[in-house]
Design a protein around this ligand. Structure first.
Ligand SMILES: [Zn+2]
Length: 75
């Protein structure tokens, strides 16, 4: 699992969860399903949004370089 892949999965889950929550206007229980899907996006975020060199959590850093050691995070 690469950082870029993890970010893509996280963003995909976030958007999917958001769309499902909007569909709750049509079918109410979808709100909870959407909330769960959005919550799932935290898993790739915390498990894989880490620097492959120093292993530190990248947090809100969306760039190509680690803010801890300065190396590229996408190789
Ligand atoms: Zn690093």
């Amino acid at each position: 699992m690469t950082v870029k892949k993890a970010r893509r999965i996280r963003n995909g889950l976030m958007i999917a969860g958001f769309i499902i929550m909007l569909l709750a206007y049509v079918y109410k229980p979808l709100f909870y399903i959407g909330a769960v899907v959005m919550f799932l996006c935290l898993i790739p975020h915390f498990l894989y949004n880490k620097c492959p060199h120093c292993g530190k959590q990248l947090g809100r850093n969306e760039g190509d370089f680690c803010q801890h050691c300065g190396k590229r995070v996408d190789d």
